[in-house]
Design a protein around this ligand. Sequence first.
Ligand code: HEM
Length: 479
Amino acid sequence: MIKFTQDIYIQSFIIGLILAAVYFRLSRRNEPPLVHYRTPIIGHTWRFLTDCENLILESRKKYGETFSLYVFGQIMTVVGKESTHEIFKKDQEFCFREGIKMQLPFQHIFSYATSIEKNGRIIREFIIGKLKYLTSRLQKNIDKAMDLYIGECDEPKVIRDPHKTLSQIVSIPVANIIVGDECYEHEDLLETFRTLTNAIFGWNPMSKHRNIIINRIRPVVEKRLYDKKKLGDAWVAPVSYALQYYLDDPELAPDLDPNNVNYNYIAEAIGRLVFVSMGTTSGGATRALYDLIDKKKEYWQVLRQEAQEINKQCNGNELTSDDIAKMVKLDSFVKESLRLSNGIVALPHKCISESYYTFENGYQIPRGRIAILNIIDTNRDVELQGQNPEEFHANRHLERNSPATRLERNFLVFGGGKHACPGRALAVNEIKIFLHKVLLKYDVRTETGEDIPIKKYLGPIPRPIKTSIIFEKRKDYVN
Ligand code: HEM
């Protein structure tokens, strides 16, 4: 009897062991290697913030193209150049909007459930689809803004905070396209466009901006709805793509009744548009301006020649979209500037697979994991970039006949796949128009005469440059 009981125990124990082994085998995933760290809880956080570049380079060398770090209390997987496009392509498995919440808590800034898809559609159909017709407005407003914030500069003029100046300049054409002629010039509205991106640091931050937007658009909306009702089919909508798009949506402006408009929704949707378009474009324009000064010896003359030729061809008249397309050297310069302005790692995507995702390289990560892209792995790769990938080579993209708006494996600034930035053509055109005018009209240099400081990082993000710039009108400039 005792023997029988012992046998049962032994058999149960063995079966238990086998089951445990099967369970363990099934539940163990082929996780990417976790980079070794010494201090529990802190993990790699401190190094990520203070020495990100070396952390990423060393980990890549030791652990290969996919590895995980323990940062801010969670495991984050860093994916290299081979898997970057897998993440863009698999939009059912990875979500940037969810991933970016770690850095930018949109859910706390925007309380109304405004739809990102709607904004994406406006940009694709109404802004980019009509970019050709928008060029004139864009140009007039960039001219106006440059006159206002840079001016004639008959005497040398110091711009102490170029990023702020560029943000002032970009706010005017962007506001014009979004809210239209009737109200875009109000200073408080323009200030909201320039500062809304900082709303993330305030308490209930969006409410102030929301009120300003509503205050300025309300009279315009009332008049438009009144006119539309009165004139019926004969009514022609004034040009302002985002605002009019929302007014044409019966859910937001039912029965053309001005008292029944969902102003909060419209204001927040406009806020979201401002959020994605303003800081990115003004940041890109500032970086390109600094690069123009920095690489003056090599590129200024060539770019200026191209600008002069195009200017001559259009007799000094307004540029058409074809003229802008002819700025191929400037386009390649802007693309190179954008390429190198990117961070060390960027574009966090959250894994939204049902339980886990298996990469093509066999590694597996669980649902909820943040996968962040190793940008320098792509940016410093000779095969992807050509010779001296770390250096600024303005003709790099011209030689490959690849315009700044084209999404490619070697260029991650605008993301990729279905959710790639829909506003990129607008941003690139704005930057090109601005630089074209700078090249024709001014001489620019740093205030101290010194070089632009080399790029430093704040965590994985490039530190903003704050060097003062002098603008001086060229003696040979004719209006
Ligand atoms: C130099 C300027 C800009 C840069 C570097 C930039 C970059 C980006 C990036 C990296 C993404 C994420 C792409 C992805 O998920 O793969 C994005 C998305 C987006 N961008 Fe831009 N952007 C710029 C200008 C603009 C402008 C001017 C607009 C609007 C007019 C705009 C509107 C959007 C929108 C609506 C999305 C979300 C798209 C979606 O989730 O489907 N961007 N942008």
